[in-house]
Design a protein around this ligand. Structure first.
Ligand code: DNO
Length: 408
């Protein structure tokens, strides 16, 4: 019986966490991206091969030695905004995307994670939320978010998106904030999080939102379908499995649509082109923010197309806010999800599929212990991820060895 492939996100040579650290954490797969390539440009084959060599071979020693790591997943090849907005220029960017997929396949990297969120990638309001035990977690506070939208960005039309009570709470929050707190909130929301889009100023950000004025939810969905119809055949030919990442958080922000938030959304996306190459990333932390997302059911019903897993948990407070809980705590039924993924792997084995083993990574750890005093990428400090990975690994082993799992 197979366990999942344990991977770890590595931001590249500038990541404070080294490949040697990752190896000691017990991961065998690396998740990485060529962040230096401008969004929309082709990733040259040589550049992919160079990164792959860097990941997989230790060239400092003589003779060079394999590190015991494989570049398993690209996260992400970002989708150009013109594609998302459906502008005429999209075809050029789509052609570039297809070429990047061909190059990835040729280089031997067979899974590509991407998202289809407008303007922003993932969004939080606090990167230093102090937990009871003194560790720090990432948090999304819906009221602070509204305070930013209404009173800092002052987005035209924003008031329509909130109830009078929400506006009142947001105003009180805003008025209680020091200038430093306001600046930090703005920076956290639009200055860019690791692996996401570049940062924006307020004016740039508003201009980006304005550009979406005519993109209705329906139109946005069509733009995604148009993109998929063009790239999935290229992915199939290249032997690459696409894995769309859910919206984080899974709800519309700033009055622009989000269309990868629910099982219904996933069903639509997977239906556009029925192929294993058109799959998804199960991000339990993103999808799990909505109580109406049945994570175990999603794996049961769509597991065939589950190409990558981000395992983490969030804890909701009932008002639209949440923080990132320890991996086995919070609202996500991690035991149920893990067991269902392992069952999916078994189904694949029986079905004779070659891609039995699904890559997973412990997503977003707490900042804790020594890492509290170091410069780290929020959510991606080594010790917190190590804790998460260790817990998930233990959970997995326990399930695989339990008699009941064997008998199911
Ligand atoms: C955050 C990540 C996201 C993710 C992209 C996928 O930690 O999960 O930035 O990489 O949304 O395209």
């Amino acid at each position: 019986m197979h366990g999942m492939e344990q991977t770890w996100r590595w931001y590249g040579p500038d990541d404070p966490v080294t490949l040697a650290d990752i190896r000691q954490a017990g991961a065998t797969g690396i998740v990485s991206a060529l962040h230096q390539i401008p969004i929309g440009e082709v990733w040259p084959l040589e550049a992919i091969l160079e990164r792959k060599r860097l990941i997989e071979m230790d060239d400092i020693v003589s003779p060079p030695r394999p590190r015991g790591l494989t570049w398993s997943v690209i996260e992400s090849v970002p989708v150009h905004e013109d594609i998302k907005m459906g502008l005429p220029s999209r075809d050029r960017y789509i052609e570039n995307y297809r070429q990047t997929l061909r190059n990835a396949g040729r280089a031997g990297v067979h899974c590509v994670c991407y998202n289809f969120m407008p303007v922003l990638d993932w969004t939080r309001t606090d990167l230093q939320f102090e937990l009871e035990d003194g560790a720090r977690a990432l948090r999304y506070d819906a009221h602070e978010f509204a305070a930013f939208d209404l009173f800092i960005l002052m987005r035209p039309g924003a008031r329509q998106d909130y109830t009078p009570e929400q506006i009142e709470v947001a105003r009180n929050r805003f008025e209680a904030m020091t200038p430093a707190k306001k600046a930090r909130l703005q920076e956290t929301i639009i200055a860019g999080l690791p692996g996401g889009q570049q940062g924006y100023t307020l004016a740039e950000f508003q201009a980006k939102l304005d550009a979406y004025r005519n993109v209705t939810e329906e139109k946005f969905r069509e733009n995604l379908a148009y993109f998929l119809r063009a790239i999935v055949p290229a992915a199939e030919e290249a032997g690459v499995r696409m894995a769309i990442h859910p919206d984080d958080p899974p709800t519309p922000l700033f009055g622009v649509p989000r269309i990868v938030s629910t099982e219904e959304d996933l069903r639509y996306i997977l239906g556009v082109h029925d192929s294993i190459a058109n799959g998804f990333t199960l991000c339990t932390g993103s999808l799990g923010v909505r109580a109406d997302n049945d994570l175990v059911g999603i794996v049961q019903r769509h597991g065939r197309r589950l190409n990558f897993a981000h395992l983490r948990s969030t804890e909701r407070d009932g008002s639209g806010s949440f923080f990132e809980a320890a991996h086995l705590e919070g609202n996500v039924d991690m035991f149920g999800v893990m067991r269902e993924i392992l069952k999916e792997q078994r189904r694949r084995e029986w079905a004779g599929r070659r891609d039995i083993v699904i890559p997973m990574r412990a997503d977003h750890g707490h900042t804790m212990l020594d890492d509290l005093r170091k410069k780290t990428n929020p959510g991606y400090s080594a010790i917190g991820l190590l804790r998460g990975m260790a817990e998930l690994r233990g959970l997995e082993r326990g399930i695989l060895r339990s008699e009941s799992f064997g008998a199911e």
